[in-house]
Ligand binder design. Structure first.
Ligand code: PXP
Length: 243
């Protein structure tokens, strides 16, 4: 499996003091030098962490694949069509939430999802929808023509090590297999960490994991380069432990 690193928390820390440290672009460069598959950032409507200028600077970095997470709004569509990131992941967004809570409800916005996806695909931007492991949501994404879903692993991550783990894991696995029948490619992310990520290898067709919080947290103690390399190892090798 490939690793995409979400660097939003670097911007959160920077914004805490309103200055320029820690520098988001340096973080993106370190991740790129570790040869991760993508740099992922969520440009929120309220710009509470990543700012427009950050996204633009990451987009300009050579040999860096930008995966832009964004809400399904006209403002974000216009930004994506102008910046042309390599990929966009369409996520739900509520102003009050601490992080992205639950997947996007594509079913209830089917027509807008189709309309939203079309111009992105025309610009050769890879589109994915961040959804819960739910057959109805998967079928709705298939109708948009988007090539990818990203499965929300939050419930699995929270249930890891409890009696709920197996059920939440099987939901993910079933959803990934169901998506394959529609020809959809499958990414996953949210809440994954160094302890729970290994079970993602039991899901046969996962392409990429997008991981932020646990990597940036570990980076405080071991540095970003090592934190990224360790997670990359766990994504690339079916192992519970670092070698
Ligand atoms: N994927 C998506 C679509 C997300 O919104 C997030 C959180 O911003 C992540 C992955 C990464 O989640 P975490 O920070 O918990 O690793």
């Amino acid at each position: 499996m490939l690793l995409g690193v979400n660097i939003d928390h670097v911007a959160t820390l920077r914004n805490a003091r309103g200055g320029i440290e820690p520098d988001v672009i340096t973080a993106a460069r370190i991740c790129k030098d570790c040869k991760v598959a993508s740099i992922t950032t969520h440009l929120r409507e309220d710009r509470r962490h990543i700012k427009d200028a950050d996204v633009e600077a990451i987009r300009m970095l050579p040999r860096t694949r930008l995966n832009l997470e964004m809400a399904m709004t006209q403002e974000m569509l216009d930004i994506a069509l102008r910046l042309r990131p390599h990929a966009v992941c369409i996520v739900p967004e509520k102003r009050q939430e601490v992080t992205t809570e639950g997947g996007l409800d594509v079913v209830s916005q089917q027509d807008w999802a189709i309309e939203f996806t079309r111009p992105l695909l025309e610009k050769n931007i890879e589109v994915s929808f961040f959804i819960d492991p739910d057959v109805h949501q998967i079928a709705a994404v298939a109708k948009t023509g988007a090539p990818f879903i990203e499965l929300h692993t939050g419930r699995y991550s929270e249930a890891f090590g409890t009696s709920e783990e197996e059920k939440s894991f099987q939901d993910l696995k079933g959803a990934a297999l169901f998506a394959k029948n529609f020809g959809l490619k499958v990414n996953a992310g949210h809440g994954l960490n160094y302890q729970n990520v290994h079970r993602m290898h039991e899901i046969p067709n996962l392409v990429e994991l997008n991981i932020g919080h646990s990597i940036i947290s570990r980076a405080i103690f071991v540095g970003l380069e090592q934190a990224v390399k360790e997670m990359k190892y766990l994504c690339e090798n079916n192992s519970k432990n670092l070698s």
